[in-house]
Ligand binder design. Structure first.
Ligand code: NAD
Length: 278
């Protein structure tokens, strides 16, 4: 396919574009993931807390696509960070997914008030030596959390999956990750549809100029920034549209105009702050 692959610090590489299944209902997940695989997606992002790992696994199993051609991510939920729980949680996810290994396993949130994310990270690092996980990473980690796991374990994550879209670019987190070779996965790449991203002039003008949709322009902006993305949709037409972003390129001026949409004061955040999730 046209989707570029990004080399991770684990030695594995990841398709830069995938399909995220947050809020895809469990009963419908097999159908939509099958559809996505059929269209050409080869990277699926789920999580234990999404309660749809079985559906993801069923779609992979029935697709006929060799396991090593699909990049599969799942995540450790916050209530499994303590003690030896990460090992049990991974086993449960692997069982629900019906696979021998996951390509990427993430600590879903730092949940700093619980004081367990370093323990969780230490366990993921140990588990990544085995056969059940290829790469390990974190999600929603701020520089202070990244500093802490790095200082205490010496192990850097392959990725940090964070809320990131034009109005909320988290430049401090991105800079820390760039300095340490940690790739950014941008969740909510379209701002979760929670603000009028598609109507802003910088996006609308580029869409008109390139004869693509505003959603495609925003996704293309992410690709050119180097972000790994997995926009969510349960609309087959949009699933195709979101994959069809490799036949045009935004100019430097168009990129700069979208870069300028975040004033840098944190006001563009549309979902929870890492300190609020326990
Ligand atoms: P998103 O920015 O992908 O927005 C999804 C919404 O955008 C959908 O409701 C859909 O209606 C709309 N949309 C999608 N394609 C469109 C198109 N072509 N045109 C117009 N509208 C379109 O937000 P998201 O689903 O929250 O994020 C994507 C993925 O990121 C999730 O599915 C999940 O895998 C992951 N995620 C991770 C975390 C985390 O804490 N790690 C949190 C949220 C999401």
């Amino acid at each position: 396919s046209d989707v570029p692959r990004i080399a991770l610090n684990s030695g594995y590489d990841i398709p830069q574009l995938g399909y995220g299944v947050f809020k895809v209902p469990p009963q419908e997940t097999e159908k939509f993931v099958s559809e996505a695989l059929e269209i050409g997606y080869r990277h699926i992002d789920t999580a234990a807390i999404y309660d749809n790992e079985e559906g993801v696994g069923a779609a992979i199993a029935t697709s006929g696509i060799p396991r090593d051609e699909i990049f599969l991510t799942t995540k450790l939920w916050n209530d499994r960070q303590a003690g030896d729980e990460p090992r049990a949680a991974l086993e449960e996810s692997i069982t629900k997914l019906g696979v021998d290994y996951v390509d990427l396993y993430l600590v879903h949130w730092p949940a700093p008030d619980n004081g367990q994310f370093v323990n969780a990270w230490r366990h993921l690092a140990a588990l990544s030596e085995g056969d059940a996980i290829r790469s390990i990473g974190v999600s929603n980690f701020l520089p202070e959390h990244l500093e802490k796991i790095h200082a205490e374990t010496g192990v850097l994550p392959a990725v940090n999956q964070i809320e990131l879209h034009p109005a909320y670019q988290q430049r401090d987190v991105v800079a820390w990750c760039a300095d340490h070779g940690v790739h950014i996965e941008a969740w909510g790449p379209l701002g979760q549809g929670k603000y009028d991203l598609f109507g802003v002039p910088a996006v609308a003008a580029a869409a008109a100029a390139h004869r693509h949709t505003p959603a495609q322009v925003v996704l293309r902006w992410h690709i050119q920034k180097g972000n790994i993305i997995f926009p969510k949709s349960v609309n087959p037409h949009r699933l195709r549209e979101n994959l069809d972003i490799f036949g045009f390129a935004l100019s430097e001026a168009e990129m700069a105009a979208i870069d300028a949409l975040d004033p840098g004061d944190g006001s563009g955040r549309v979902s929870a702050h890492p300190s609020e999730v326990h």
